[in-house]
Design a protein around this ligand. Structure first.
Ligand SMILES: [Fe+2]
Ligand SMILES: [Fe+2]
Length: 474
C-alpha cells in the first residue's frame, strides 16, 4: 500500500530529479537526528502500532501497523489544490494565489516557514525521555504517534524550503537539524520549545495548549496567498487534531481519576488526593497556568508591525479568514490594554497592527472551550471546583506585558508579591517533584494504567484498550 519510493509523496517528486536528489540527501541527516534526539530507548527493539499517512484521501489515512520508529515512512503530502483559489485578505484580495514565491516576499515567507518548521523537531526533542515513565502502553503509543507526525511536519516545511527558496532554503533545512531544544548555544527559535517536558502532566498540557497554538498558526498559514504553504498546512491540520486529542483526553483522564479519588470516601480534601497517589486539582491548575501562558507568547507581540505586513501582503491571515466580514482591515481599531506609568490604559490600535492579538483571541476561545469540557467531568462527579485560564497578561515573557507582573485575574502586582505568591500560581519545585515521583517507572503491561490516570473509554483504531500497542516482538 505504501509507495515504493524512498520518500513517499503526492507531489510527483520523481518528476523533479533535482529536488528528489536534494531531499534524498537530506533524508539520512534527518534519520540521524531522529536516532540521536528522538524517543530515547525505543529506537531499535520496539514495534509501535502507528498510523502512517500514505496519501491525502480518506483511504490513505487509515493505514495502521506495527513499525519500528526509525523505519516509519515520513512522507510529503499536500492537501489537494482548490481550483481557481484567490487571495482571501489584505492588499491583494481577490487576485489569484501564487504558485511561486514573489521576490519581494521571499524573506518574510522564508521566516514564516522556518519558524513553523523549527517547532516540529523541537517538540520531539522535548518529549524524548517520556517513554521511560509512560502511564500505559496506550499512552506510550500516542506519544510516539505525535512524535512521528511532528517529524513529518518537519518534512513538510523542509519540502517547501527545498522547493521554493533555493540555496537559502537548503541552508535553513540543515539548520533545522542543528538547533536543539534547550541547547545553550543553538536553542530552538521560540521559547516554549526550549522548556523541558519532564512529566506526562507537562506533556498532556503541552499537547493541549502548545499544539493548539500549532493549530492556530497552521490555520493562519493555510490562508496564505502562497498556495504551496496553504496546501501543506491544510494537510498538517488533520494530524494536529490528533495531537490535541492526546492532550485534552490525557488531562481529562487524569481529572477523572482525581475525581474518583475525591469521591471515594477516602479523600475529604484536595490535599488528600496526593496521599492516595493522584494529582490534586490545584496542581493541575498550576500546570495549566504555566503551559497556557507560555503558549500565549507564541502568538507574538500585541502591537506588531510585522503582523501588519504579513496581513497586508497576504502571507498570513486570521484563522478561518472567510468568517470575518472585512478582509482588508484598513479601517477600525482594536482595544489593547497597555502599561503606562505603572497602570493599564486602553489604546485603540489600527486593526492590522493588532493581528497577533486578534489571533490570540481565537486561540484563547478555543482553549476555553476545551477547559469547559474538562470542567464537565468535575461537574459530573459533583465537585464544585473549576479549572480556568489565567488572564492573558499573567506570566508573559513576550509582548507588552513581559517585564511586569500580573496575578491570574489580571491585576498588576509588585515584584515582591509575585515572588511571594508565584508558587500559588505556577508549579513549584515541590509540585514538580511530586508529579515526577508518580512517574518513576513505566507501566508496560497491556492491561495496566498508572494510578493517577483513568483508562481511556476506547482504544486506537477499534483495538481494545488493553491491546499491546507497543511490543518488543512481532
Ligand atoms: Fe506539528
Ligand atoms: Fe502537533
Amino acid at each position: 500500500m505504501i509507495s515504493a519510493e524512498r520518500i513517499p509523496n503526492n507531489v510527483t517528486l520523481s518528476e523533479n530529479k533535482r529536488l528528489q536528489r536534494a531531499l534524498e540527501h537530506w533524508q539520512p541527516k534527518y534519520l540521524e537526528w531522529w536516532r540521536d534526539t528522538g524517543p530515547q530507548g525505543f529506537q531499535d527493539h520496539h514495534y509501535v502500532y502507528l498510523r502512517t499517512a500514505v496519501s491525502v484521501d480518506a483511504q490513505g489515512w487509515v493505514h495502521y501497523d506495527y513499525v519500528k520508529l526509525p523505519e516509519y515512512r515520513w512522507g510529503i503530502f499536500l492537501a489537494e489544490p482548490v481550483r481557481d483559489r484567490t487571495i482571501g485578505f489584505g492588499d491583494f484580495l481577490g487576485a489569484p494565489v501564487w504558485q511561486e514565491v514573489p521576490g519581494d516576499f521571499r524573506s518574510p515567507l522564508r521566516r514564516l516557514v522556518v519558524t513553523q518548521g523549527d517547532t516540529e523537531p523541537a517538540s520531539v526533542e522535548q518529549q524524548r525521555r517520556l517513554g521511560h515513565s509512560c502511564p500505559s502502553l496506550y499512552d506510550l503509543r500516542n506519544l510516539f504517534q505525535v512524535n512521528v507526525e511532528e517529524g513529518r511536519h518537519l518534512w513538510a516545511m523542509v519540502y517547501l524550503l527545498h522547493s521554493y527558496f533555493g540555496r537559502d532554503g537548503r541552508d535553513e533545512a540543515e539548520e533545522l537539524l542543528e538547533r536543539h531544544s534547550g541547547d545553550a548555544d543553538k536553542p530552538r527559535i521560540l521559547e516554549a520549545f526550549n522548556e523541558p517536558i519532564d512529566t506526562w502532566l507537562d506533556f498532556f498540557m503541552f499537547a493541549m495548549f502548545t499544539d493548539r497554538d500549532g493549530k492556530s498558526q497552521l490555520l493562519s498559514l493555510s490562508e496564505s496567498a502562497f498556495d504551496p504553504l496553504s496546501r501543506t498546512t491544510r494537510f498538517m491540520l488533520t494530524e494536529e487534531a490528533h495531537h490535541m486529542f492526546v492532550g485534552e483526553s490525557g488531562v481529562a483522564r487524569i481529572l477523572d481519576r482525581t475525581c474518583q479519588l475525591l469521591t471515594s470516601g477516602q479523600a475529604g480534601f484536595s490535599e488528600d488526593v496526593r496521599r492516595l497517589g493522584g494529582i490534586d486539582l490545584p496542581t493541575i491548575q498550576k500546570f495549566l497556568n504555566f503551559w497556557f501562558s507560555l503558549s500565549l507568547d507564541l502568538h507574538g507581540g500585541e502591537i506588531s508591525s510585522n503582523a501588519a505586513i504579513y496581513f497586508a501582503n497576504g502571507l498570513k491571515g486570521r484563522q478561518y479568514e472567510q468568517k470575518h466580514p472585512d478582509h482588508k482591515c484598513l479601517h477600525g481599531t482594536y482595544p489593547v490594554d497597555v502599561v503606562v506609568d505603572g497602570s493599564l490604559e486602553t489604546r485603540n490600535v489600527p486593526l492590522r497592527n493588532a493581528m497577533n492579538e486578534i489571533q490570540r483571541d481565537w486561540y484563547t476561545a478555543d482553549c476555553v472551550a476545551g477547559i469547559d469540557r474538562w470542567n464537565r467531568i468535575l461537574a459530573t462527579y459533583g465537585i464544585p471546583e473549576r479549572l480556568r485560564t489565567p488572564d492573558r497578561k499573567f506570566n508573559r515573557g513576550i509582548g507588552i506585558y513581559a517585564g511586569f507582573h500580573f496575578d491570574p485575574d489580571g491585576h498588576m502586582i509588585e515584584c515582591d508579591e509575585w515572588d511571594r505568591r508565584r508558587d500559588e500560581w505556577l508549579p513549584s519545585p515541590e509540585d514538580k517533584a511530586y508529579v515526577k515521583s508518580l512517574m518513576a517507572a513505566p507501566i508496560d503491561e497491556p492491561s495496566q494504567f498508572a494510578n493517577y490516570i483513568a483508562p481511556p473509554p476506547k482504544g486506537i483504531n477499534r483495538k481494545p484498550v488493553d491491546f499491546e500497542y507497543v511490543r518488543t516482538e512481532l
